[in-house]
Design a protein around this ligand. Sequence first.
Ligand code: ARG
Ligand code: ASP
Length: 707
Amino acid sequence: MRKKLITLIAATLLLVPTAMRADEGMWIPMLLGRNQAAMQKAGMHITAQDIYDVNNASLKDAVLLFGSGCTGEFVSQEGLLLTNHHCGYSYIVRHSTVEHDYLTNGFWAMNRSEEIPCPGLTVTRLVRMEDVTRQVLEGVTDQTSEQDRETIVEKNIQAVCAKAVEGTHYKAIVKPFYYGNQYFMYVNEVFTDVRLVGAPPSNIGKFGGDTDNWMWPRHTGDFSMFRVYVGKDNKPAAYSKDNVPYRPLKHLEISLKGVDEGDFTFVFGYPGTTRRYVTHDYVDMAANQTNPVRIALRTIRLDHYNAAMRRSAGQRLKYASRVASIANGWKKWQGETLGIERLHGVEQKIAQEEQFRKWAADKPEYRDVLDQMEDNYAKMREVELEWTYFSEAVLASDFMRRTIELRGIASRGDDGRVEKMLNDSRKYFEDFEEHSPVDKAIFIECFTYMWERGFAPYMNLKHTTASEVEATLEKIYDKSALNNPKKLEKLLGMKREKMIHAIAKDPAVELFAQAYDYCYSDKKRQQYNTADDNIQRLMRTYIRGMMEQYPDSNFFPDANLTLRVAYGHVEGFRPKDATYYTAYSTIDGIMEKENPDVYDYRVEPRLKELWQKKDYGHYANKKGELPVAFIATNHTTGGNSGSPVLNADGQLVGINFDRCWEGTMSDLLFDPAYCRNISLDIRYCLFIIDKYAGARHLVDEMTLIDN
Ligand code: ARG
Ligand code: ASP
């Protein structure tokens, strides 16, 4: 049966194992010349050099790594930057209190002095990139052991980077491509004074919340604005009130024309991680082993946090950020598993591997690579679940996470740790009465879940019932000093020897230590890491082999949080039988979704008023509608959030913020029929700034093209 299915799949288009399908790929800006013809054929009017050029200002000078995992873009001569609401989220939360709740109500700086510094936030501009493969691999031969290779590579990288930035304020990093077959160096300029300028209220910036997250049709005004400040010499400087707005080499022009079905678009940004070339074992492990466990355990956490968030505004603010991030993965993995199943992803990979095996049969360099890969995945899979349980169950509660701090005090000495723990705990106990039942329930349910599946033998509870396990866990929770301010203070006030002893005896620390030893013992860690190292090394050979096997294919390198260009077309899709999704949404859809009883679907009265009056200014489309979001076939992933979406002329038409649920397997398998990125229409963004918030001065800074 399985064999038949494979043959069936192999007989279809899926056989072309590594040939890139239309629209798939995240390309290297420096090498974009290779894609230029295809991009122009697809509709682009500009050149690869307009996008990336080291000698002249080019679009790349306007595109930034925002923080450490999002993208942003300059839209004015004065360092004004756009990114997503969910990228600015933690900074908006950080400056919010119940009295000044910017998260709920939005925030708009009406002049420069009101812009809020965000310590710790950086934005990074790529100055130039360079292929440094030769320098990095100098001294490495076919005979070099893997360990020696690592040492040599590391040393070479340091030397290359040091030389590249000598005498400048730039920073350089080198990243491996194709599992270390190639290396590129990135010389960057890092800005450290970044200030919050504007954010819409949550019921615009996060409209639809986690209910609509990863879904189309979408109506989220997912944007926020920041400004980069520098010293008087226009160079990065630490925060100072004397700093001035940065004057970028390039800022993006904004097109008010919008996009239509079929139009060419490209996304320019920092995609984080894809695994396009992994073998069937990885796909199977993700879809059938890791994802289901992660999803089940996160459901437990989300149920408790969501219930708490419904209880009070304070609780809502407290849990908002963590729920957003827990729910994000939780939902994506569900879509990913479904997508893998729909595409017969595992069988598809097996079919590709069969082709490779046939091709490699007479090539000693490649002949055994897939067998070895399977052996290593078998080793990895033996311990992988315990790792998943450790991160998703053991570390699910604050209670267990706080034991880490306590253990640190015992094992690593004081060094300010006691004081820090006392301070942190004082804060922790402030809303303990509300928080504790939530955290306790999460702790108990996650451990019980593990126990029920045989993953907590260390609890010595093999022959008891679930309710006895729960009672024991409850006792641990109640008896630990971590949940008792007085006990904790007493514990941390003890003389060192005595304290170390008492910490080790705390029931929470005991439980954590057992869980750690079980899930994460040296032996298991070693087994996992060795398998992983081997797989990385084998992938290096495997992908080199595939490139030889298909010399005419243009292999895009997996995303690795370096600047990339993806291109495609605005296009609707058919998510299921008898259903077609058109390519854009409008403000009318917000009013259709409106439901005052559902938090995610509450509509701001002022927005409704503008809608009723159809007061859209010049932000409406030709039909008089106010567009909110659109979908296209650009290949994107996490990290692309906030990326500029540009039209054929390289003008800004949208801000990327998500993908459609049916296509979230695109990190592993791309399917042009289902994979769509979701972008905020720039006209809705401007409408909100200008018409809704009355922050016209910000729009006036931008360069709008209206023809
Ligand atoms: N799914 C989008 C991305 O992966 C948006 C996430 C933030 N929104 C949310 N409702 N949690 O980043
Ligand atoms: N929402 C994602 C991000 O934050 C984008 C994606 O995964 O498509 O980068």
